[in-house]
Design a binder for this molecule. Structure first.
Ligand SMILES: Nc1ncnc2c1ncn2[C@@H]1O[C@H](COP(=O)(O)OP(=O)(O)OP(=O)(O)O)[C@@H](O)[C@H]1O
Ligand SMILES: [Mg+2]
Length: 252
């Protein structure tokens, strides 16, 4: 994305941010509270409209495309504050995210019931597998409303992965998740990257996680990118220390 700008009333939340995410990388987006990280995600995935700028993904100009279209192109995101469908079961939440998921095809259900059932079973199997990978499979039949905050994050991740994305944007995926599970999650994401070539961009405030698991780090402050590079480069950059790392510990 290039030179993106958006303002909310008098506040320039994103003020000309430019960055690219290398295909196949695990890139961390860091920066102080209010730096515009979540807003950058919203702009990239079409959840809010930029005032100006450019967004390209996989060779396409996707600036101002709608979220569903962008997600069909293979860029999906999770939310800092989760948006699961709480009156649905956990497994149904994941199954609904499947590309061409069976529930959408009423015609198939009515006229080709056997094929539909078979397809549904495959989707269910895949959804259960993802729930197991993120560690919440035992809650598969519970209503999503009964999950804790951390578990909802994991459910959102499973839902995002169910779309078989090329690029996944994770907004504080570990916030509220217990550390052991958090580590497992990172390992799982790294495996997906290695095995499927998944590209990952994640916002995270925990510096040990950022430094230990990403191969590139982008630091934003006041709506713009102030530094990017290897974890080591960013960690020791005076601007980053000044704007973020040197300050009081950031709350998520
Ligand atoms: N929909 C909105 N309307 C008005 N102001 C907004 C809106 N969304 C974000 N902002 C403001 O824009 C600025 C950037 O917010 P953003 O959520 O992108 O920060 P962030 O880097 O994700 O911070 P955090 O680490 O706390 O999640 C903040 O000052 C925020 O209050
Ligand atoms: Mg945020």
């Amino acid at each position: 994305m290039a030179d993106l700008k958006v303002r909310f009333g008098g506040l320039q939340a994103v003020a000309g941010a430019t960055f690219d995410v290398r295909e196949g990388s695990m890139t961390a987006l860091i920066g102080p509270n209010g730096a515009g990280k979540t807003t950058a995600f919203n702009l990239m995935t079409g959840f809010i409209r930029a005032d100006s700028g450019a967004v390209r993904f996989a060779g396409h100009d996707i600036f101002r495309e709608r979220p569903d279209r962008i997600s069909r192109r293979g860029m999906v995101r999770t939310f800092q504050l989760t948006r699961v469908l709480s009156k649905m079961t956990v497994i149904d939440n994941v199954m609904l995210a499947a590309p061409d998921q069976p529930g959408m095809r009423l015609d198939h259900a009515l006229f080709r019931p056997r094929a539909w059932k078979a397809r549904e079973a495959v989707v269910r199997e895949e959804a259960l597998g993802l729930l197991a990978e993120v560690g919440i499979e035992k809650h598969a039949d519970a209503y999503a409303a009964t999950l804790s905050g951390g578990q909802r994050k994991l459910l959102e991740l499973a839902r995002a992965l169910m779309t078989r994305p090329r690029l996944v944007l994770l907004d504080e995926p570990m916030a509220g998740v217990n550390p052991t599970l958090g580590r497992r999650l990172i390992e799982y994401l790294q495996r997906l990257r290695a095995e499927r070539g998944l590209t990952i961009l994640f916002v995270e405030h925990d510096m040990d996680t950022v430094m230990g698991s990403s191969d590139e780090v982008i630091c934003m402050a006041e709506g713009a990118v102030i530094c990017r590079g290897t974890p080591e480069h960013v960690r020791t950059d005076p601007k980053v220390i000044d704007a973020y790392l040197g300050a009081a510990p950031a709350a998520a």
